[in-house]
Design a protein around this ligand. Structure first.
Ligand code: SAM
Length: 345
């Protein structure tokens, strides 16, 4: 597979959460139909995909109907049959790509397990930064880049492509977004809500009052409290002791099916129950009267039986007509889950 053989084709590397590459490929196939080819790079996670349209059209179509399971994509503009040396990649990159003066360039390097064990991704990145600074006076950056140069090493080949950060679905290498763990952090689940905030373009500081259904031990609740939101946390399990005295917290230590909430009391509803999606939807539905019209809901959907498309369809049906789906995405911090963002009608 090479992108350069046909002008009406394009080649990309796609990345999904481990175990969900097949679903990501199915979504891409639905967008582009026959003529879409896949070639695995890392089992169940990373793959080459060739599309029957040119690069800019491929990006346009994917951004317009973003697949839930495609976490990250990078174009492949050039391929190198590789002897495994650093020098070969340096020469090749300088030859294949050129940049205008002071371009803010983020180089992101990934590799397969068996590619060049002696060369770390960090070493290669530094080596490429230095030759591109010398040849084109680029400004190496990690964030807010004008362009990302993505380099993917395998045992015999190197793939590289240049793109605007927003065309990769994530400006993190492979879409692996990292947050710093804080001292005293209540749970890792907090990262999921932080990622959802970015992914869905939300700003929790703009909300006044939230319910958190299935809140314990309290990672999501703690994030919302930090953002200045008043939180009603619902869970029969214990919330972390560090949260209990917070003046903006109301803790209902109950099953979500047993609570009574005032109508239109909240502008944000979040739910992270590790339950069958249908049962969860039923419980959420019972509390939706408390969410104001125009309010936001962020809901984690468990993919218990590996039928993710069906689970999503059912969730949307179960929560209609009150909630309208805006976007669903498998986040980097989701494990056998999806996260969905809705607006209340
Ligand atoms: C994955 S944990 C939530 C983690 C939480 N988001 C955090 O950041 O710490 C799932 C929680 O859902 C709660 N849960 C399950 N069924 C529930 C129900 N019917 N009503 C309320 N909470 C429930 C469980 O007790 C559990 O604490």
């Amino acid at each position: 597979m090479t992108a350069s053989e046909y002008t009406t084709q394009s080649l990309f590397i796609g990345t999904a959460n481990h175990g969900y590459a097949q679903q990501a490929q199915e979504e891409i196939r639905r967008l582009f139909g026959t003529g879409t080819l896949f070639n695995q790079l890392t089992p169940a996670e990373t793959y080459l995909f060739q599309l029957p349209v040119e690069k800019s059209e491929a990006i346009r179509v994917i951004l317009a109907q973003e697949p839930m399971f495609l976490r990250h994509m990078q174009p492949v503009d050039a391929e190198l049959e590789w002897d495994g040396t650093l020098k070969a990649v340096q020469y090749w990159i300088v030859r294949e790509f050129s940049f205008s003066l002071n371009t803010k360039l983020a180089i992101q390097v990934r590799k397969t397990e068996h590619a060049a064990p002696a060369i770390s991704t960090g070493t290669l990145k530094q080596a490429l930064d230095s030759v591109l600074v010398e040849a084109y006076s680029v400004e190496p950056v990690t964030k807010e880049a004008d362009f990302i140069l993505s380099v993917y090493l395998t045992a015999g080949k190197v793939y590289a492509g240049l793109s605007k950060p927003e065309h990769n679905l994530s400006d993190w290498s492979g879409g692996a977004i990292r947050f710093r763990k804080e001292a005293g952090q209540v749970s890792r689940a907090k990262f999921k809500l932080l990622e959802a905030e970015q992914e869905f373009g939300l700003d929790f500081a703009q909300y006044r009052s939230a319910i958190d259904i299935g809140a314990a031990p309290g990672g999501w609740t703690s994030l919302l409290l930090e953002r200045g939101v008043k939180v009603t946390a619902i869970d029969p399990a214990k919330l972390d002791a560090s949260l209990l005295k917070h003046p903006n917290l109301t803790y209902l230590k109950k099953n979500a099916g047993d609570v009574r909430l005032n109508t239109d009391a909240y502008d944000l509803l979040v739910c992270d129950m590790s339950w069958s999606s249908r049962q969860m939807a039923k419980l959420v539905k019972g509390l939706l009267h408390s969410l104001q019209t125009g309010g936001t809901a962020v809901i984690t959907v468990k993919l218990m039986h590996k039928k993710p498309f069906q689970a999503m369809r059912e969730l949307v049906e179960d929560l209609a007509p009150e909630l309208a789906l805006q976007k669903a995405k498998q986040l980097f911090h989701n494990r056998d889950e999806l996260t969905a963002f809705f607006i209340k009608n």
